[in-house]
Design a protein around this ligand. Structure first.
Ligand code: NAD
Length: 290
């Protein structure tokens, strides 16, 4: 069997066209969706992510602004800026790019963002709402993954879903969304005793590990749907410098029924759902009249 390739660029384009139309309609009523991205420090990958987020907003017709701080900035200064943005009616989404430098309490920073502007969905209140199955904002990466299932008509009810990775930004919210969609969910992680036992019986396998080509064909049940969240830069070998996922794509695509590639899979969907969340925040603000 050769898997269907779930094309993240194509799906992202389709969704972004819809978001642009909705943003134009909203702007015609006097509300232009606005996102501020806060970047602390000089991490090269973070700089690229932030640049891409701001560019995607501008392309979608949103207002967008990047606020940069040096790595040694005082957390109090960042908190003061967040408070200012919380009160600014032009701004509907506030995102603090992670990771923050070690002298920051990341949770305190994330929880300082007004929950109705927390378009990353990382505020404790929004995580709680997601747990209850009444999300205000769904974290962008797992949200993007759910859009693949929806778009490709992949049923989740009653399926065995295995998520490898338990981070707050991917693994945990992913598991929660699959659970709410009716799947039976297992979350595996670095302490899991027999990973193979779990992955081999997964109808839906999501890899969010951060280890290049970790998931091999032998770990995948024939016909499974495989979602590769990983983004890794290969350090050695003939492909050194290239990006690859957590899944051994070439081998696994011969076993799976559907698979996301890297690049061009989950990656483009993450920024797309950030646009979706910002738009939704703006639409809600317009409805409230704030
Ligand atoms: P993380 O480092 O916070 O979490 C990794 C998880 O993998 C941990 O829960 C850990 O327990 C688990 N793990 C590590 N080694 C393991 C092993 N041997 N067996 C089983 N589990 C193991 O990472 P994260 O932030 O969740 O990101 C995961 C990957 O997804 C990274 O490659 C990251 O770059 C990528 N990512 C991609 C997007 C995107 O837009 N596509 C967004 C966020 C993260």
């Amino acid at each position: 069997m050769t898997a269907i390739i779930l094309d993240g660029n194509a799906l992202a384009q389709k969704l972004r066209a819809d978001f642009r139309t909705r943003a134009e309609a909203l702007a015609a009523q006097g509300t232009r969706p606005g996102l501020v991205v806060i970047l602390v420090g000089e991490d090269a990958a973070s700089q690229v992510y932030v640049r891409n987020k701001v560019a995607a907003c501008e392309k979608a017709g949103f207002y967008s602004e990047k606020i940069s701080y040096p790595p040694d900035v005082s957390p109090a200064l960042v908190l003061a800026k967040i408070a200012e943005l919380n009160a600014d009616p032009k701004i509907h989404g506030i995102l603090v790019q992670l990771p923050l430098p070690a002298h920051f309490d990341s949770d305190a920073i994330l929880d300082a963002i007004a929950p109705e502007k927390d378009v990353d969905g990382f505020h404790a209140e929004n995580i709680g709402a997601l747990m209850q199955g009444k999300p205000r904002f769904i974290p962008c990466t797992p949200y993007g993954v759910m859009k693949f299932f929806e778009d490709a008509g992949i049923a989740l009810k009653g399926k065995e879903a295995v998520v490898i990775g338990r981070s707050n930004i991917v693994g945990k919210p992913m598991a929660m969304l699959l659970l709410h969609a009716g799947a039976t969910v297992t979350v595996c992680h670095s302490q899991t005793r027999d990973l193979l036992f779990h992955t081999q019986r997964a109808d839906i396998l999501v890899a969010a590990i951060g280890r290049p080509r970790f998931v091999t064909a032998a770990m995948v049940k024939p016909g499974a749907v495989v979602i590769d969240v990983g983004i890794n830069r290969l350090q050695a070998g003939p492909d050194a410098g290239k990006l690859c996922g957590d899944v051994d794509f070439d081998a696994v695509k011969e076993v799976a029924s559907a698979i996301t590639p890297v690049p061009g899979g989950v990656g483009p969907m993450t920024i797309t759902m950030l646009l979706g969340n910002t738009l939704e925040a703006a639409e809600r603000a317009a409805k409230r009249g704030t």
